[in-house]
Design a protein around this ligand. Structure first.
Ligand code: MLT
Length: 255
C-alpha cells in the first residue's frame, strides 16, 4: 500500500472520493468541487505516481490503486463512502467493487468502461509506457488533449489538460499504462453491483465509445445514465455544472 497526497474538504457529511484518470491528477476535479455543496465531504487523492503522490518501486495493478484508496479512507476513519472515478478512475471503482464492495455507498463511473484492452490495445499501452520512460510524458500532452475533448470544448480545457499532462511523472505514466493493460474484464461484475450507480457518458467521447457506456449502464442494476451532450471524454472539465449537480444529488439523495 502506498501513502497518497490528497486534499479533503469538509469534516462531516457523506464522503465522496473523487478519483482522476490517466495521466491526470486531482486538479481535473477543481471545477466540479467548487459547485458541490459544503455538506458533502470531498476527498481528492493523487493516485500513486501521479500529481504529488510518489510511485513505490516495482509494477502495480489497478487493484493496487484501489488498495491505496482504501488505506486513505481508513486513515481518514471513513468506513463507507461514495466514489466517482473518471475513466481509469472508473477501472479503479470496479477494483473497489471486487475488493471491498461493502465500503461503497454509491459509485459514479465517468467516461469509463468495463471491457478490458484487446491485444492491440495492450501493445499500444506498452509502447506508451516505454516512450514515457525514455523521453518523459510530454508527447502525451501533444496527442491526448485534442482526442479527449468534444467538438467545442470550453475555453481553457485544452490548456488545463496540457498543463496537467506535461507535469505528469514519467514512471507513474508508464506504471499506469501497464496497470490498465493488465486489468481484468469487469463486465461479469456489472450485474452484481449492488450499490447505487450513476454512469456519465460524453456524447462526443472519442476515447470510450458512448454506446459502450450506455450498454454498461444498462447492465448495472438500477444504474442511472447521464448524457453529457456537450462533452467528449472529460465531462468534469467540459460540463462541470452538470457533473457537480448530478454528483451532489446522487450523494445527498441516496439513503
Ligand atoms: C483515461 O482517461 O483514464 C484513459 O484514457 C483511460 C484509458 O486509456 O483506457
Amino acid at each position: 500500500m502506498s501513502e497518497l497526497d490528497f486534499t479533503v474538504r469538509g469534516e462531516s457529511g457523506p464522503a465522496l472520493l473523487l478519483v482522476h484518470g490517466f495521466p491526470l491528477d486531482r486538479r481535473i476535479w477543481e471545477g466540479v468541487t467548487a459547485k458541490i455543496p459544503p455538506s458533502v465531504r470531498l476527498v481528492l487523492p493523487d493516485l500513486r505516481g501521479h500529481g504529488k503522490s510518489a510511485l513505490p518501486p516495482g509494477p502495480c495493478t489497478i487493484d493496487d490503486y484501489a488498495r491505496d484508496l482504501l488505506g486513505l479512507m481508513d486513515k481518514l476513519a471513513v468506513q463507507k463512502f461514495f466514489v466517482a472515478g473518471h475513466s481509469m478512475g472508473g477501472y479503479i471503482v470496479f477494483a473497489l467493487h471486487r475488493i471491498a464492495p461493502d465500503r461503497i455507498a454509491g459509485g459514479a463511473l465517468v467516461s469509463s468502461r468495463a471491457l478490458p484492452d484487446n491485444e492491440d490495445g495492450r501493445k499500444t499501452r506498452e509502447a506508451v509506457a516505454q516512450r514515457a520512460e525514455k523521453e518523459g510524458p510530454g508527447f502525451l500532452a501533444g496527442t491526448m488533449p485534442d482526442k479527449a475533448v468534444g467538438n467545442a470544448p470550453p475555453p481553457r480545457v485544452l490548456d488545463t489538460l496540457r498543463t496537467v499532462i506535461r507535469g505528469a511523472q514519467a514512471k507513474g505514466v508508464a506504471a499506469a499504462s501497464r496497470a490498465m493493460a493488465s486489468r481484468p474484464d469487469a463486465s461479469p461484475q456489472l450485474s452484481r453491483i449492488a450499490f447505487p450507480t450513476v454512469v456519465f457518458a460524453g456524447r462526443g467521447d472519442k476515447i470510450i465509445p458512448p454506446a459502450e457506456s450506455e450498454a454498461m449502464a444498462k447492465a448495472i442494476p438500477g444504474a442511472k445514465l447521464v448524457w453529457c451532450e456537450n462533452s467528449g471524454h472529460v465531462p468534469m472539465l467540459e460540463e462541470p455544472d452538470l457533473v457537480a449537480r448530478e454528483l451532489a444529488s446522487f450523494v445527498t439523495r441516496t439513503p
